[in-house]
Write a protein of this length. Structure first.
Length: 108
């Protein structure tokens, strides 16, 4: 590493170049360390009969459950909604102006 007296003799351009080289090297070393650690952890998990994603995610290889459909358009059975997230366009249009209520589309 350069001595403080050497750094003080460097020009602004040289210091800027040195700083950018250091930043690039830090990122490179961090990526290498991350990859090495990931490989070690994966090998340890496999040794014990696990998949690394299974341990880290907590979900395993299984599939997420589906949500039951809660609302359906009687005029067009393809229009469905689980009741989660934004209200679909077909329901917004149908309930606009008080023509229908959300409860009118509930599946019984």
């Amino acid at each position: 590493m350069g001595r403080p007296s050497d750094l003080e003799r460097m020009s602004y351009a040289e210091l800027t170049e040195l700083e950018s080289r250091i930043s690039r090297l830090k990122v490179q070393k961090q990526n290498e360390a991350r990859a090495s650690l990931r490989n070690q952890m994966s090998a340890m998990a496999m040794q014990h009969g696990f998949d690394l994603r299974e341990l880290m995610d907590g979900r395993g290889k299984g599939k997420r459950g589906t949500v039951a459909i809660k609302y359906r358009d009687p005029k067009n059975p393809e229009h469905t909604w689980t009741g989660r997230g934004r209200m679909p366009r077909w329901m917004v249009a149908a309930t606009k102006g008080g023509r229908a209520k959300k409860e009118d589309f509930l599946i019984k």
